[in-house]
Design a protein around this ligand. Sequence first.
Ligand code: GLA
Length: 731
Amino acid sequence: MITYDKNNKIFNLTNNKMSYIFCILKNGKLGNLYYGDAIGENLKIDQMIHFEKTSLTVNYFKNDDKFSMQNIKQEFPEYGRGDYREPAIMLTRENGSHLTDLFYKNHTIYKGKKGLEGLPSTRGEESCETLVIELYDQIIDLTVKLYYTIYKNINAITRHVELINGEKESVKINRLLSASIDFFDSDYQWLQFSGDWSRERHLIEKKLSEGITSIGSIKGTSSAEHNPFIILKRETTDEFKGEAYGFSFIYSGNFLAQGEVDSRKTLRMMMGINPFQFNWKLEKKESFVSPEVVLTYSNNGLNNLSHQLHDLYNKDLVQKKWMTQKRPVLINNWEATYFNFDENRILNIAKEAQQVGIDLFVLDDGWFGARNDDTKGLGDWIVNKEKLPNGIQGLSKKINDLGMKFGLWFEPEMVNEASNLFKEHPDYIISDPQRNSSVGRNQLVLDFSRKEVVDEIYRMMAHTLKNSTVEYIKWDMNRFISEPFGKDLGLEHKGEFFHRYILGLYSLLEKINENFPQIMIESCASGGNRFDPGLLYYAPQAWTSDNTDAISRLFIQYGTSYGYPISSIGSHVSEVPNHQVGRLTPLKTRTDVALFGTFGYELDIGKLSNEEKSQLKEDIKLFKENQEVIQKGRFYRLISPFETNNETAWICVSNNKEEALVGFYRIRNAASNPLKKIILTGLNPQYNYSVNGNEYSGIMLMKFGILLTDFYGENKVTGDYYSKLFVIKKI
Ligand code: GLA
């Protein structure tokens, strides 16, 4: 898959569907030549780069006025050598110089892929090949390794960078992006997934033009405001056709995704750790590894682009055992009780849940310390015996005796001032000792850049986990970092704080996974405030949003599906009026939306009527019958709520195309509606299918579609917040 043409000095990464091509330029630096549909071999640099003399440029060589770094598409741009676009790397040397001159030294190619120490990354054995390019700056004695892995059956290339310092001097890394690509033109739409608390990952589309377009985070988490995922697409590209490029960052902290269009209308795309507030001191002989960026490509539309990421993350990022095992249908007590519960109340909810077929009971916030509201107790991971006299051990056993698994909420990175942990270790928090500390949700952030802090939290968590039968953790994180200071870090190392925090977080997640392999983690951060591929590596599912309203969820889940498999999308049925937006939606609509995710409940089943309880039984049975299709099948977006603002449709198809599940949703009803049908995709045109009991041919479903007959005619007044599910089976 990876070749090097020695004569023409060209590296060619291809899986026969796409090609990623770059070269060694005459000054020894790397030039990007092409990224797109496969174009074979026998390529020549001067057929792909037009070296020309232009005004206002500076030239790298005295005797060559056609060779300017500004005009050349580069692969790993540096600062200060005549390229005035933002670079992928910038350092400060001991003498204050920011200049580097990195030249190709050698390269290696091997089967498979190695992990990144201390960082999440994708796996791959036979399915991929890796290229490592070594660049060297002789004056600094600095080696830079660029890693590329290309996958055989997935249109994905992963990239990261490693810096290895030599023996001459220390350097400060001011800026190190994990991937940078110069595109030939900038005629692209930029798609980002942005929002806020309870309005996460809404699709926003804009046209690129001269200057910089960027999104990022400087909050210490990837954040709900912007997801570390970007798509570039041509204007005519839609869900089913056309060219699109994805950029996804396997990282949970401060990030930057940036597109810079220059005066010649070329585009430089880059992604990595946000350089703002990043400054890493690399002593002599030390090395630094950047997190991994995933590049995906499709010439068959956005659904196909998403499938590349869904496949890669399902097969090669999420731990294997969670992809093979069926995920449990869960019930979480948060919206049912908030902080107000005791063992009896919990057991009553659990008993009702068991009777309708729920597999896992999750005890949310409030089980520990003095945690009766959100002002106290965080950090004291010791059970509150007033609420739970038999401890977590006793409660988990009672839940197990009902035939259910037991799960528990933690917010490991936080502390309330009113807690024993804070009393004993006030220095554990992130703060500038000369200033007061800002609070968010009455809490402070623990300094996870310090090993002893992480160790102490692990000790407390492990104590609870060892003495109970917990099989699931909801891992929450409910505020951003403020007063970032890194008290423990020396003056020269202060700029390492944010990244060291994330490394500390990953080390704790790793340790919990390693020592408690039976526990599945679901990540959460006030809902989807840290829904990113970094956490997916440790936690196969994420609480997508605190917003459980079915209509809001249409947008949130649709937006999330662009970059993430629906096996990772935590989605629950909650009570009405909805607790976040006050909307009243039918139970059917709430269920039909939640089915397309990890499915569960967030309400007190005891409050439901007998009729509703029987309905829950049916719904859970239906989910379990279709779980394989939902968890492992192909998900296609059919009708976008972002376009229609009223209708949404999507479909999950099993890998053998014998089964499928379609959801259609309409927000507002109107009289005399236009006629409506949904054209399906992903089925086998040659098969015959039963659709809710009626026979159709595959070709008919994919060309004509299914009529939505509930919509018109006499006595068909369906009201607002309507949904319809189609269960499709091959005959
Ligand atoms: C956050 C989570 C909720 C819930 C509460 C508990 O807001 O997103 O789901 O767990 O914390 O305090």
